[in-house]
Design a protein around this ligand. Structure first.
Ligand SMILES: CC[C@H](C)CCC(=O)Nc1ccc(S(N)(=O)=O)cc1
Ligand SMILES: [Zn+2]
Length: 261
């Protein structure tokens, strides 16, 4: 009998390997990023995002996260440079967050957990489609941005959080037109990069991670707004959608490169 994966004790990260054996692989994500083990790579190029606001389509609650979906039927919104060869198409963005402000991010930096983490997922159009790309080591690129709680929140987050009321329960979707996610980017483009996996099932090891050093500032109220999402469907008992983050995985023999000294 099929029992969907989740983040509870009976279907959470420690159980995922039963249906997705690669979850115990050697290139899993997220990981701890420690300054001592990072290698400054001066050959790393800056990365560039050129996104078309018109590519934004809908925002949805899939019971696991809040996701914004973009038109990826051609090279309309792309990420290039950094560790990447060629352009990667923006497909979706989503968040991971905790049950309180002191945790919720997936990557951890020198022991620091942030309140949340924003993932912008892009795929390599040299492959015929997304499902083909997820089977390739250079198939996917995820730009990860930490959410830090502070006094002067980024006004650009407001647009996403205003839509939360329309997608309270699992399966709810709402139109989300005219949105350029690069307005969410922090000032600095400094990043770490390493090869890893999806942080949820199917845990495929197809991701070039680009983790930004500078977090974006959100307010405690904005985090509370994310936590007001429910993982249940409309007519089911209310279950808060919180703590949808995977603990850090072993780094094994992977190099984490830094674009900055
Ligand atoms: C077998 C293909 C499957 C349907 C893929 C569905 C998918 O895209 N999942 C996904 C996306 C992003 C992340 S994360 N959190 O950015 O690492 C985790 C999981
Ligand atoms: Zn994610």
């Amino acid at each position: 009998n099929y029992y969907p994966w989740g983040y509870d004790s009976d279907n959470g990260p420690d159980q995922w390997h039963k249906n997705y054996p690669i979850a115990k692989g050697r290139h899993q994500s997220p990981i701890e990023i420690n300054n001592k083990e990072v290698h400054y790579d001066r050959s790393l190029l800056p990365w560039f995002a050129s996104y078309d606001p018109g590519a934004a389509k809908t925002i949805l609650n899939n019971g696991k996260t809040c996701r914004v979906v973009f038109d990826d039927s051609f090279d309309r919104s792309v990420l290039r440079g950094g560790p990447l060869q060629g352009v990667y198409r923006l497909r979706q963005l989503h968040f991971h967050w905790g049950s309180s402000d002191d945790h919720g991010s997936e990557h951890v930096v020198n022991g620091v957990r942030y309140a949340g983490e924003l993932h912008l997922l892009h795929w390599n159009p040299k492959y015929s489609n997304y499902l083909d790309a997820v089977r390739r080591t250079d198939g996917i690129a995820v730009l990860a941005i930490f959410l830090q709680v502070g006094k002067t929140p980024k006004p650009e987050m407001k647009r996403i959080l205003e839509e939360i009321n329309a997608i309270k329960t699992k399966g709810k979707e709402a139109p989300f037109p005219n949105f350029d996610p690069s307005i969410l980017f922090p000032k600095s483009h400094d990043y770490w990069t390493y090869h890893g996996s999806f942080t949820t099932p199917p845990c495929e090891e197809c991701i070039t991670w680009i983790v930004l050093r500078e977090p974006i500032i959100v307010s405690s109220d904005q985090m509370a707004k994310l936590r007001s999402l429910s993982k249940n469907a409309e007519n089911e008992p209310e279950l808060p959608l919180v703590d949808n983050w995977r603990p850090t995985q072993p780094r094994y023999f992977r190099m984490v490169s830094a674009s900055f000294l």
